[in-house]
Design a binder for this molecule. Sequence first.
Ligand code: SF4
Ligand code: SF4
Length: 341
Amino acid sequence: MIEAHRKEIIVRQQRTNRFAERLADYSIALRRGRPEILQINVGKLCNLTCVHCHVNAGPKRREIMSRETIDRIIDWVAKTDIPTVDLTGGAPEMIPDFRYFIEQVKSLQPRRHIIDRCNLTILVERDYKDLAPFLAKHNVEIIASMPCYSSENVNAQRGEGVFEGSIAALQLLNSLGYGIDSELPLHLVYNPVGAFLSPSQIELETDYKRELKKHFGIVFNNLYTLTNLPIGRFATYLRHNNNLDEYMELLINAFNPATIDGLMCRNTISVGWRGEVYDCDFNQQLGMQWNNSRSKPLFLWDIDPDSLEGREIMTGSHCFGCTAGAGSTCAGAIVEVGHLA
Ligand code: SF4
Ligand code: SF4
């Protein structure tokens, strides 16, 4: 049943893939380069239920990665030289084997860099008080959601009290050296609170740094601006407000071919909680799993990392979210321009 649904989504995507048409207009073939990042979505469990969430994550979700799957992933990574393992979710810290996962990655040679995509509030929840020191001990880079430096906007998007929890978590991270010590990078992520594109990343970073320092004494390294892709809970929100079509047009009209080389699907392998493989976390949420030539769905352990360069990337109309204006990746804007629409 799930498999049939997945195929139906992919067929529908391909039938209405305006993004592929736009690439063809520019004679662009979107293909993978060498893999540099393994981004692992360990599950949909989260302590929050944000309006913009493309994963539909929340406290009641039960899909989480098992230790057996973690072990299979570690075995695969050990045979590669992929330098960065990027953990996302949900709130990745909530799966029972989160710390085990980090310890296993850290034991590999050559050494790997680990990123934790953190919603901040989890760090100050009662059962997770020793989590921040654990992350610091293992030099885990933290990329944390912080959609605004004002309480009103953050709480509207993420829920009551989230701003206050996020501030407390950032102060805790600073006290451990995050954002100060070069071995403990701390980056913040901005995403728009509605159906519009991000302002200039550089200008917004200046504002964030000034306001967070002035009001809360908080410091951090970089701000990454992201575009909300029209999928998951954000698509439902747009539909509910009757502006899904309008938002799609905004993204399409802001298509910027200069962003193509920097798209994250070119150097990132996305892995789901069962070990299945995708071109990116957005494709993952749309069920666009890789297949082999006989249409068999592929898992990470089926993949030869040396065979990936040149592989065609699966796209859909949602991809316009990554190419609009300055572009959008898990590491922020791709090019330094303001939005075009
Ligand atoms: S956006 Fe992040 S923090 Fe918010 S519900 Fe989704 S996974 Fe959780
Ligand atoms: S959604 Fe973005 S990252 Fe994913 S395949 Fe499309 S362009 Fe690439």
